[in-house]
Design a protein around this ligand. Sequence first.
Ligand SMILES: *Cc1c(COP(=O)(O)O)cnc(C)c1O
Length: 381
Amino acid sequence: MSPLPVPRAEAVVDLAAIRHNVRRLAEHCGVAMMTVVKADGYGHGMVEVARAAREAGSAWLGVATIDEALALRAAGDTGRVLCWLTVPGEDHDAAITADVDVTAYSLAELAEVEAAVTRTGTPARLQLKIDTGLSRGGSTWDDWPALVEAARAGEVAGHWWVTGIWTHPASSDEPDDPANDSQEQVFRDALAVAEAAGLQPEVRHLANSAAAILRPSARFDLVRCGIASYGLDPAPGHTPDLGLVPAMTARATLAMVKDVAAGAGVSYGHTWVADRATTLGLVPVGYADGVPRHASNVASVGIAGRQRPVRGRVCMDQLVVDLDGDRPEPGTDVVLFGTGRDGAPTAQDWAEAAGTISYEIVTRFGGTRVTRTHVDSEAPA
Ligand SMILES: *Cc1c(COP(=O)(O)O)cnc(C)c1O
């Protein structure tokens, strides 16, 4: 059997778009850049995205877990990497010996880092996170003085350098939300407490993509840009046009085209019934490949420069679109979402159709049956 000319289902990631976006964000923000590559680079491929981000000048990479940080090291990345989410008993030894900056939220985590430093004989790079109002990870305000005191004592004892102090915003995609002002103020107060304890962190940081783009006062020394690095809008309706380019195109190969009569029910439960004779196209991707089932009957795909609506329910492996009497050849390219330049939908369009955010659309597209291909639209031919 000869191989298919193109895969059945594919996520095509343009690394030139990643580089372009990282450079645009750095120009716009005017501070050091951390490109956030957790969750396999939001589904774009962590190692490839990391490499492109470094080429574009990203001084830092951000990941959630120690395992992700170690995977970057295993792939040859030697720059600054911050991770921020551990559970008790995780392998801090490996992170510390790999020169990864680790984050502590609590005295218990500091004790774990200290034990790892003792075992490995290697001082750690340590960052401290304060919860300024997201009520997710990070030290509470009440616990903060004790955490910074202990962190300073460990620094004096030679266990670590406190390289950073940081927090995370709750509502940066809603720039008028008063939480933005209050969180920034609590962060400034927390920094003052840390400085009074003798800490002099190299980087103070608060901003994710939305805050980095929309709130100059939140940029401090470093901004942590995830979604905008992938070319997607972190705050739809608020973001100025920075010329960011969506890096991922989700595509499939049209499997079949058929005629149906008026009255034909389409897909499970017949939630769509043809009100006229039409032609239908079978697109061989479904919710097992990360296509949201909530997009049933509401999203569209691009075929030959035209948007074609999804009819009926998205199934595990496939979905059906309305071709409205046209008959593209089976084998034709189907764009689920991409740059938006070719008339096809974007990940943001899918997010709106499915009642979610573009983060979830790109991060979930993929899995074991979707080929991921990296291209570089700026590479010399
Ligand atoms: C995921 C994450 C980011 C990136 O957020 P975006 O909205 O994608 O820019 C930044 N900081 C932390 C702590 C995160 O978990």
